[in-house]
Design a protein around this ligand. Sequence first.
Ligand SMILES: O=c1ccn([C@H]2C[C@H](O)[C@@H](COP(=O)(O)OP(=O)(O)OP(=O)(O)O)O2)c(=O)[nH]1
Ligand SMILES: [Mg+2]
Length: 152
Amino acid sequence: MKKAIDLKILDARIGTEFPLPAYATPGSAGLDLRACLDAVVELAPGQTTLIPTGLAIHIGDANLCATILPRSGLGHKHGIVLGNLVGLIDSDYQGQLMVSVWNRGQDSFSIQPGERIAQLVFMPVVQAEFNLVSDFDASERGEGGFGHSGRS
Ligand SMILES: O=c1ccn([C@H]2C[C@H](O)[C@@H](COP(=O)(O)OP(=O)(O)OP(=O)(O)O)O2)c(=O)[nH]1
Ligand SMILES: [Mg+2]
């Protein structure tokens, strides 16, 4: 499914020096987000910092959101993940997309201006309307959870 999303460029380097986010392949789910920086940011082990993307989007549809997810190569090989683990972009948010970058690794990591640091994935959302009840219709699982079915 394709959907037009309003996007504002907040930094003149986006679309010129730094490419606009784009799907790398026809089957890509994520759009890479780039660090819109003036200079290299050195992230020490254990450190977290907020990186601007130079972009704002307005999704404008309560049945849609976007998530910011780590890039697997950065996360697995370099320990560069997200300070909030996953970023959630509300459909009414109009501010700059920011990426909280956390160096969970053992080595310092340099973030270059324009480097692809995370990815943006749009997802459908269902807003719940709660129906207050005193008992649920019985289900097979009932209240069992947190591993009650064992491990093997
Ligand atoms: O990685 C992220 C996470 C969030 N946001 C923006 C978009 C989102 O819509 C807004 C609020 O995020 P969230 O609701 O997760 O944070 P909060 O701590 O609950 O802040 P608020 O009180 O503003 O809702 O911040 C980002 O730019 N990057
Ligand atoms: Mg919130």
